[in-house]
Design a protein around this ligand. Structure first.
Ligand code: UP5
Ligand code: MG
Length: 186
């Protein structure tokens, strides 16, 4: 089943780069529905699904969950929504994720926003959260390495993309994001 989709934008960036924080504000201003791939996976664990233990183990290690699992969850969330404009946060994380999403849904996301953030800044942000099984310095470093090795190269696949400095205060980052959305008529 393909969904009737108006617009899909992706927010990508390393762990703690502020994707979720910015999505929450952007959706209020621009009428998108926010889908966090990580949140969907964590909800799936909580729901007691058959994949729960596998997903939990991968998240603890900062590893990328198999594409079929994540794509299915994203597709379901889109189908269950009345909206046709989505901001997907934290996906795709590797080339296989990107290809699987396009093959399964038939959708090529139109716009990618890359939250550029140094490892030091990411560690700092994540220490302030500290509530998840992967919020410990050991896993954060693994997540950062996986981001650099597997996720970063995928960004270049998208023609319509922007990079922002995510190391600024939350309000400044939001101003930049808002400006990009306005200029690009998103
Ligand atoms: N904060 C935010 N912006 C700030 C700023 N400008 N200045 C100061 N502080 C700022 O922000 C993190 C913290 O920093 C918050 O306390 C915030 O207030 C503060 P947040 O907005 O939560 O950052 P975000 O980029 O969303 O960080 P998150 O921890 O969610 O990063 P990840 O991308 O690593 O986490 P995600 O949930 O996407 O994935 C978790 C794991 O799930 C992955 O490691 C992987 O194992 C698995 N996964 C998959 O396998 N596949 C997927 O497709 C998705 C996830
Ligand atoms: Mg997040």
């Amino acid at each position: 089943d393909q969904c009737a989709i108006g617009f899909i934008g992706l927010f990508v960036g390393g762990p703690g780069s502020g994707k979720g924080t910015q999505c929450t504000t952007v959706v209020e201003h621009f009428g998108f529905t926010h889908l966090s791939a990580g949140d969907l996976l964590r909800e799936d664990i909580k729901s007691g699904s058959a994949n729960g233990t596998m997903i939990q183990n991968m998240i603890k290690e900062g590893k990328i969950v198999p594409s079929e699992v994540t794509v299915k969850l994203l597709q379901l969330a889109m189908q269950e929504s009345d909206n046709d404009k989505f901001l997907i946060d934290g996906f795709p994380r590797n080339e296989e994720n990107r290809a699987a999403f396009e093959n399964v849904t038939g959708i090529v996301p139109e716009f990618v926003l890359f939250f550029d953030c140094s490892e030091e800044e990411m560690e700092k942000f994540n220490f302030w959260a500290g509530t998840r099984v992967d919020d410990n310095i050991e896993t954060i470093r693994k997540r950062f390495n996986v981001f650099v090795e597997s996720s970063l190269p995928v960004i270049e696949h998208y023609r319509s993309r922007e990079k922002i400095d995510a190391g600024k205060p939350i309000e400044d980052v939001f101003k930049t994001v808002k400006n990009i959305f306005t200029v690009n008529d998103i």
